[in-house]
Design a protein around this ligand. Structure first.
Ligand SMILES: [Fe+2]
Ligand SMILES: [Fe+2]
Length: 273
C-alpha cells in the first residue's frame, strides 16, 4: 500500500552558511563535518542536472498534477542550488578543494547528457538524497548539536527532498510508455548501481583530501561517521533496497509522517531564529 504524495512546497529561505565557515559545524567533530561537506559540494552541480533532466519532459506530460509537481520540484531544487553555492563558498574559504570536486561531478554528468540518461540518473540520485534525508528527519539528534545555520539548512533540505522524492520516477514512468517494465527496471537499477558507489566514493576521497590539506584528523573519523556514528552509509541501506523493488515509484508509506515531522522541526527552527 502507498500513501499519496505530500504536497511539494518550494520555500524561498536563506540560511547564510556562506557567512559561517566552520570545519567543525557538526557537533564540533571535524571528520564528521567533512564527510557531510563532501556530499554537499556535489549538490549545486547535481541539482542543476536534475532540473535539466525533468524540465524538458514537461511538454510530454499530460497529467496536470505531475506537471505541477515537476514545476515545484524545479523551484525547490533552484532554491537548494542557491543556498548550496553559498555553502560551497564557505568550504572554499576553509581551504577545501571545492573546485576539483565540482569538476569531477561536471565531468561525470557530461558523459551522461542525453534526455533519458539524465532522467534515469536523476531518479537514482534523488533516491540517494531521499535516503540521507530520511536519516536527518528520523534521527533529529544528529543535527541537534550542529551550528544553527547548517542545522536549519539541512532540516529544510531534508524536508523538501522527501516532499519531491517520487517526481523523477513518476516522470520516467509517464514518458516511457513503450518501454517494457523489465527494461526500465534494469536501467534504473543500473543507474543506481553506478551512482551510489560513485557518490559515496567521491565523498570519502574528497573529505580525506580536505582533512589532509587542512591538517585535520586521520581518515578513521570518516569511516566512523560513514559506518557507525551516525553511520550515514549503514543507515541508508534499508531505504536503498526499496529501490530494487520492481515497479517502485517512490511514495513510501512513511513519507506523510516524515514530512509532517520535518515540517514541525523546520517551523520550530524558523520560530527560534
Ligand atoms: Fe535538493
Ligand atoms: Fe532533490
Amino acid at each position: 500500500m502507498t500513501t499519496p504524495d505530500p504536497e511539494i512546497i518550494p520555500r524561498d529561505l536563506r540560511f547564510g552558511v556562506k557567512d559561517h565557515p566552520d570545519p567543525r559545524w557538526l557537533g564540533g567533530e571535524q571528520a564528521g563535518s567533512a564527510l557531510v561537506d563532501a556530499f554537499a559540494v556535489m549538490l549545486p552541480e547535481g541539482e542543476r542536472y536534475f532540473i535539466r533532466a525533468l524540465k524538458p519532459f514537461l511538454p510530454q506530460v499530460t497529467d496536470p498534477e505531475l506537471r505541477q509537481d515537476i514545476q515545484d520540484f524545479c523551484a525547490q531544487e533552484a532554491f537548494h542550488t542557491r543556498e548550496h553555492l553559498g555553502y560551497n563558498a564557505a568550504l572554499r574559504s576553509l581551504g577545501y578543494d571545492v573546485d576539483r570536486q565540482e569538476e569531477s561531478v561536471r565531468w561525470f554528468f557530461a558523459r551522461f547528457d542525453t534526455p533519458l540518461a539524465r532522467l534515469y540518473l536523476t531518479c537514482a540520485i534523488e533516491h540517494v538524497t531521499y535516503a540521507l534525508s530520511r536519516i536527518v528527519i528520523e534521527r533529529p539528534e544528529i543535527m541537534d548539536k550542529a551550528h544553527p545555520a547548517y542545522r536549519r539548512l539541512w532540516r529544510w533540505h531534508a524536508l523538501e527532498e522527501v516532499e519531491h522524492s517520487s517526481v523523477g520516477l513518476r516522470v520516467l514512468r509517464a514518458v516511457t510508455p513503450g518501454v517494457p517494465g523489465w527494461k526500465r527496471y534494469i536501467l534504473r537499477c543500473a543507474a543506481l548501481g553506478l551512482m551510489l558507489p560513485g557518490m559515496v566514493g567521491l565523498a570519502m576521497i574528497s573529505a580525506r583530501r580536505n582533512l589532509r590539506a587542512t591538517g585535520g584528523p586521520s581518515g578513521w573519523g570518516l569511516w566512523r561517521a560513514a559506518l557507525f556514528s551516525p553511520g550515514w552509509v549503514r543507515r541508508m541501506v534499508p531505504t536503498m533496497l526499496a529501490y530494487l523493488r520492481p515497479g517502485y515509484l517512490g511514495r513510501n508509506d512513511c513519507d506523510a509522517a516524515l514530512v509532517a515531522k520535518a515540517r514541525d522541526a523546520l517551523d520550530a527552527e524558523l520560530a527560534a531564529a
